[in-house]
Design a protein around this ligand. Structure first.
Ligand code: BG6
Length: 489
């Protein structure tokens, strides 16, 4: 998976270094990588933003961010090493002549320039042009960007076209931070390193699959962005579809980026379109009302700060997804994601088929199906539910549901479990594109999502209310109940 040639020092330039993404995620992840001595010793981090600041001021802001978001004590020795890498440039990114100072600050002869675009997409074009005109870029330079890469197919194409004028596809690293999460990556190992799963991963043995990404958080100061976006575009177009592609793809030829991207694209191409004709039976949109979370009262979506009381944006989505290929014929995937749900839980549940005949009827009238449960967060792990005989010398064989339970933190005590950003930033510094999204993947995902969004706009139904702290609207229960199934609760 690793491209050994690329282990060179980098000049990591963070555009938007004082912004939320940088302070909450990027700088924290970089510090964690430093703590594990994973950053090349000569790599430098250059923060760029529009506010005046000294190098020492940027270091101070970074330190304060660590105190706020690291959730552990800052180690003095690690901080000393880390802060020595930091420098800051004040730039107006819309002014091409300002890129001269960036030119003077980097060293393309000894370091690879990695440009992290942690800014709003409307600045992408200016940055690309500024970098290009100043002649800083080399063939080795990279750019890292993340969602939102557009809000539909055509806006995503516009962004990708601008970027493509300056960077070729191999230089572009599009982040979906879920692809850096340990358990998402483990899907590759689970599926393609274990014969019990490789041989049983299809419509012959699997009944259906559920993917839940439930969040406790509400909108919290992001109302304006979120209200234009909604949960379908904010979470499903990217994170849930990415998980889906990892579960559903065919075995890639190897772990190279091209092989994995090819297989993921095939899954996206096989998604059965959701259109006006089937949107009612296949989708549920919800919006939270006031309620209780962990005993505390929380406001509804329309009562959040800055809210437009008329908004019909969804904060919850549930879908039935069908994949039209041989492997997944008649195996529905049920996806749901929402804000302000009962608790934070991201998991995949694979329901295997029920046995055709039960010889243990006296003990268990309906043998429940085996289930594989993959916990992505908060506690990473894998469980398999199997049926076992209850020990005893009774005449009857009594059966009970039991769990083979592999908790990552227990089993891999000696290994640190890194977050998605750490893994992906490191891979961008190393020059390994495997876990990043290709342009084709993003555009294919938008094509499918646009059709749902258009159908919703056409039918113009209000989202179904659900109280904060619940598992979503009743209609999402009905979505599965219609097929004789129920969500994992
Ligand atoms: C982001 C979304 O991409 O992912 C947020 O924009 C969401 O709305 C977040 O809260 C969830 O990420 P995680 O890693 O906490 O599950």
């Amino acid at each position: 998976m690793k491209d050994k040639k690329a282990f060179k020092p980098c000049d990591l330039v963070i555009f938007g270094a004082l912004g939320d993404l940088s302070r909450r995620k990027l700088l924290i992840s970089l510090y964690r990588l430093e703590r594990s001595s994973l950053i090349e010793p000569d790599t430098r981090i250059i923060g760029v933003d529009r506010y005046p600041q000294e190098n020492s001021g940027f270091a101070q802001i970074t330190h304060t961010s660590l105190q706020e978001f690291l959730h552990e004590e800052i180690n003095d020795t690690v901080w000393e090493r880390f802060s020595a890498r930091l420098s800051y440039l004040q730039m107006d990114l819309t002014q091409p002549d300002q890129y001269k100072q960036l030119h003077a600050a980097i060293d393309p002869k000894t370091r690879i320039m990695v440009n992290y675009f942690a800014v709003s997409p409307f600045l992408f074009k200016c940055i690309c042009q500024g970098l290009d005109k100043s002649g800083i870029l080399t063939e080795e330079s990279r750019m890292v960007m993340e969602k939102p890469i557009g809000h539909d197919l055509s806006s995503s194409k516009e962004i990708n076209d601008e970027v493509a004028k300056v960077f070729n596809e191999k230089q572009v690293y599009r982040i979906d931070h879920y692809l850096g999460k340990e358990t998402v990556l483990n899907l590759l190992a689970l599926r393609f390193a274990n014969s019990i799963f490789t041989t049983n991963w299809n419509h012959n043995t699997i009944d259906h699959i559920q993917i839940t990404v439930a969040e406790e958080v509400g909108i919290e100061g992001r109302w304006e962005y979120f209200d234009k976006t909604g949960q379908l575009r904010d979470m499903l177009q990217n994170h849930l579809l990415q998980i889906l592609t990892f579960i559903a793809m065919e075995p890639p030829v190897n772990l190279e980026a091209r092989s994995i991207h090819n297989e993921k694209i095939k899954v996206l191409e096989a998604l059965r379109p959701i259109t006006i004709s089937n949107v009612h039976e296949k989708t549920v949109r919800g919006q939270y009302t006031g309620g209780y979370l962990k005993g505390k009262s929380v406001p509804g979506y329309l009562e959040e700060e800055g809210a437009n009381k008329e908004s019909t944006t969804e904060s919850f989505v549930a879908l039935r997804v069908d994949i039209d290929n041989w492997r997944w014929a008649d195996v529905p995937f049920y996806l749901r994601t929402g804000k302000r749900m009962h608790n934070k839980r991201t998991e995949i549940v694979v329901y295997f088929k029920q046995l055709p005949h039960n010889i243990f009827k006296d003990s268990y009238r309906d043998l429940p199906p085996n289930r594989l449960i993959i916990h992505l967060q908060p506690n990473e792990g894998v469980e398999i539910e199997i049926l076992n005989k209850i020990p005893g010398i009774d005449e009857d064989i009594k059966i009970q549901k039991t769990k083979l339970d592999l908790s990552f933190s227990e089993t891999f005590k000696q290994h640190s479990i890194f977050g998605g950003y750490e893994k992906l930033i490191l891979e961008a510094l190393r020059g390994n594109p495997t876990l990043f999204l290709s342009r084709e993947e993003i555009e294919q995902a938008w094509t499918w999502i646009d059709s749902i969004q258009d159908a919703w706009a056409h039918i113009n139904d209000a989202p179904k209310p659900y109280p904060a702290g619940s598992w979503g609207p009743i209609a999402s229960v009905a979505l599965l109940a219609r097929d004789g199934r129920a969500w994992e609760e």
